[in-house]
Design a protein around this ligand. Sequence first.
Ligand code: ADP
Ligand code: ASP
Ligand code: MG
Length: 449
Amino acid sequence: MIVMKFGGSSVESAVAIARVAEIVRERLLEKPVVVVSAMGKTTNRLLAAAELAVKGKREAAQAELDSLLAFTLGEAHESLRGFVELHFQELGAFLDELTQIAEFPAQYVDLISSYGERLSSKIVAVAFEQLGIASVHVDAREVLVTDRRHTQAAPLYPRTYAKCASLLVPLAEMGKVVVLGGFIGSTQDGFTTTLGRGGSDFSAAIFGAGIGASEIQIWTDVDGMLTCDPRILPGGHRVKVISFAEAAELAYFGAKVLHPATVVPAVEKNIPVLILNSRNPGSPGTRIVSEAVPCANVVKSIACKRGITLVNIQSLRMLMAHGFLLRIFETFNRYATPVDMVSTSEVSVSLTIDNTEHLDAIVAEISRIAEVTVHRDLSIICLVGEGIKATPGVAATAFGALRETNLHMISQGASLLNLSVVVDDSALPAAVAALHGEFFATLDEKVFE
Ligand code: ADP
Ligand code: ASP
Ligand code: MG
């Protein structure tokens, strides 16, 4: 058995879904279980409609919903008209409730965004049947059991794996292609949850581990993990093979091509993960494996995380009294705000965050014991490679390439396989181009295309 996950752009239209069907048909002997994202930009559009309703703009919200309905009906098989319309009626009722309460509780975020995958998985399963592939739709919420942390739920592994074994494996063994939505799950008492944005990759890995898949394939719109983020710098090279540790680090620091949690279940069961291109299925993609292969290039790829905020905290007592760091991190923890990079000096702490939802409250609290300044519109650039830890001169090369760039913070990560810097967002493209030119001037052909 294998898991094949197709992202939003891979199932964005009836034409794209037909392409997916051919990719699946060629692998029927491997007994695929298929996981799909919402079609195209559906998740964003559902959330945009809900936000309008919360603001009391009920008509504008309905217009957004109607246009999404028209799009969905246009791409779905005609036999699904009633099914699709019913789901949009339910969505309309939720928008009414949101207009009434004028806020957007996390349970509603999950409930509303879940419709994207609930619709797409059914649409894809029916399309497969129409195209002659024996398939069966399974509501992912019946299989993926999570905790109650709405919008960031974590799987309850033993229960989920038990359901994978009892519900999915028999269907796959029978020769049916199971189609499930990614991203969505439910609590033990049946409330709909989601794994966080981009979470369908994570779902694929969870199902893969649960059915004991021999491979987890992530089909997307690029040829694999590239040496740089194509949205920042086009022309990167395909990375043929990369370790789980490197891929996880890249994903965490912004390589959107993989959700950061994806590798967790895969590592645990040692299942290789492949990143492949549904628009170029002949390309061998990127293979993510447990051990890094030896590589003449120190850096495997450069990830970027935009929209970063730097918080500088200076102790009022001109000395970092014991307990100072504890109080700072305790505050960030209490507001559930993850910290990405940290650096300290005798009297100060600098740290970066990307979620600024509670920043004002955090600053107000910490200002009681320290002087706080906030610097916005920054980016993290993260060089990743297993070679970084053992190769002298990597920092010299990186800083040489960045001699024209103002660096706000530097960190050689605790994992020892990354070297990260914080730069002004406006300086990002030039900085990435300079680093890429330096570290990928020559390529080890075993690892890069
Ligand atoms: P999907 O909808 O299939 O999940 P995503 O949009 O989530 O696709 O992820 C694919 C995108 O990730 C690519 O189109 C690309 O813009 C972006 N990306 C960022 N960093 C990288 C990288 N290092 N290599 C490849 N793609 C990357
Ligand atoms: N549809 C969800 C999102 O847009 C999950 C995913 O695509 O992975 O975030
Ligand atoms: Mg994605």
